[in-house]
Write a protein that binds this ligand. Structure first.
Ligand SMILES: [Zn+2]
Ligand SMILES: [Zn+2]
Length: 223
């Protein structure tokens, strides 16, 4: 995200009618990358990777909601690369993936099997860049967030948005868990971290700490 000498490059490709921010993230120096949250439109994702000259080495999943994960099986079949994530708490959402896809009219080749489940404190690789895995339950029980400390950049799925937070009215959702995840696990990374949410524009942890009506310092003091 550093305009002068970016270590990682990010292409956001909104997919599905939910305009989910699927992202292609790669190491600038090597062109080695990942696709995060392939909710749909596999052909578009692969075309973009080719256009950017990116070798996709793995698929990362923040959580197993249909708009984030419906095309995981299809993409895995096309690329033959490992799937890393989410946390095992989302197994029941993976089991529901085909049913949810059918309901919303999304293309889905069935539930995927993670090559590697992710847990709090794990790391994942993009090329040789190391990203922290932060388990952030609340929106779903098995939601994970990826943080690249070196470039002050995070991919947070549906945990936190510019001016809002993830829904917690789905099965397995928990509002106080979500607030705890954001305040105690994400904000300590620092106000200067820019994050890409699962929907809508990017923001920074500092901006949300100042003005987000759900998780700002003032909002938390009120409760
Ligand atoms: Zn979600
Ligand atoms: Zn979503």
């Amino acid at each position: 995200m550093n305009a002068i000498a970016p270590v990682l490059r990010v292409a956001v490709i909104p997919v599905t009618p939910f305009q989910q921010n699927c992202s292609l993230v790669w190491e600038a120096a090597s062109g080695r990358g990942v696709i995060i949250d392939p909710g749909g439109e596999v052909d578009r994702l692969l075309a973009r990777a080719q256009q950017e000259g990116v070798t996709v080495e793995r698929i990362l999943i923040t959580h197993a909601h249909v708009d984030h994960a419906a095309a995981t099986s299809a993409l895995q079949r096309r690329l033959g690369v490992p799937i890393e994530g989410p946390h095992p708490g989302d197994q029941f959402w993976i089991d529901l993936l085909q049913k949810s896809a059918d309901e919303y009219g999304f293309s889905c080749e069935g539930p995927f099997v993670p090559s590697r489940w992710l847990h709090d404190g794990d790391t994942v690789l993009i090329g040789e860049q190391i990203l922290d895995v932060v388990h952030c339950p609340g929106h779903t029980p098995g939601h994970v967030v990826f943080v690249h400390r070196a470039s002050r950049f995070a991919i947070v799925g549906d945990v936190l948005f510019q001016g809002s937070i993830g829904r917690t009215d789905f099965p397995g959702g928990n509002h106080s868990d979500l607030i705890h995840s954001i305040r105690e696990k994400l904000f300590p990374y620092g106000d200067d971290v820019t994050f890409l949410p699962g929907h809508g524009p990017t923001s920074t942890f500092g901006a949300e700490r100042r003005s987000n009506p759900y998780v700002s310092d003032a909002a938390v003091r009120r409760t």
